[in-house]
Design a protein around this ligand. Structure first.
Ligand SMILES: C[S@@+](CC[C@H](N)C(=O)[O-])C[C@H]1O[C@@H](n2cnc3c(N)ncnc32)[C@H](O)[C@@H]1O
Length: 238
């Protein structure tokens, strides 16, 4: 497949995930040195205090966020994962079945820009490495706000760029030269992992993304850089 432009590839980007689904989890662990696991676990610290929480996980992919949240937080009782890629969802459903969690976690096909769930019905809305991939960031954040109960928490995990110039230099070299090669080698899809680095470089992070969350109507918005700032966790209250 020819190299895709960032704008073009954001349109129906889930099709790309259908192609790389079988290798997605392996590549995540490899390309992040397993930091992605620790970052998802940390998302649980941003949940509010409600007991028996329901979570909607947007762009859920292979369900790692939901599986992690029920594992680390006794506050989470049920979760719904939404994604457009059936191949990613199929792998997620297998993982949920293996963990014996089919009564508590359900995955459904759906668009982040039109979540197929009721308004004001969830305690938390999460999205990990997904907001960067949607065509309309405000549309997706607006949907997450719509489905949250008042006081519910929106928790976003996304790649960011380190603020230290030296680290930034190393990181950009990794993103531009190493990550696409490893991605191509393992997934056989060079376009996918070339796309990945381009969207990381151009996507708003830190205060820029906090401003997007406030614009979508969230309050008490925070940004917490992870691992030298190569990822960040953003949280806000509906
Ligand atoms: C990088 S993966 C993240 C998966 C998972 N959240 C994780 O932490 O590993 C991005 C996911 O976003 C999904 N996606 C992209 N655009 C979407 C949309 N408009 N609506 C729902 N899911 C979407 C893709 O299918 C893919 O599964």
């Amino acid at each position: 497949m020819a190299e895709v432009t960032e704008q073009a590839s954001r349109h129906q980007v889930w099709r790309m995930f259908d192609r790389i689904a079988p290798r997605y989890d392996l590549l995540n662990r490899l390309l992040s040195g397993r930091r992605d696991v620790a970052w998802r676990r940390r998302m649980a610290t941003y949940l509010n205090d409600s007991p028996n929480q329901t979570v909607v996980d947007v762009a859920t992919g292979t369900a790692d966020v939901l599986l992690t949240l029920v594992d680390v937080s006794p506050k989470v009782s049920r979760g719904v994962g939404v994604d457009m890629s059936n191949q990613m969802l199929a792998i997620g459903r297998e993982k949920i079945a293996r963990a014996g969690l089919t009564e508590r976690l359900v995955l459904i096909e759906g668009d982040a820009l039109a979540l197929p769930v009721e308004s004001r019905s969830y305690d938390s809305a999460t999205i990990a490495f997904g907001i960067r991939n949607v065509e309309n960031v405000q549309g997706a954040l607006g949907e997450m706000r719509r489905v949250l109960k008042p006081g519910g928490r929106c928790i976003v995990l996304e790649f960011s760029i380190p603020s230290s110039p030296t680290l930034r230099g190393f990181y950009l070299f990794y993103l531009r030269n190493i990550l696409p090669r490893i991605g191509n080698l393992i997934s056989g899809d060079s376009a996918a992992y070339t796309y990945l680095n381009k969207t990381i470089e151009t996507f708003p992070h830190g205060e820029g993304f906090c401003a997007e969350m406030r614009r979508a109507g969230f309050s008490d918005v925070t940004a917490q850089p992870q691992t030298f700032g190569i990822a960040s966790i953003y949280a806000g209250t509906a």
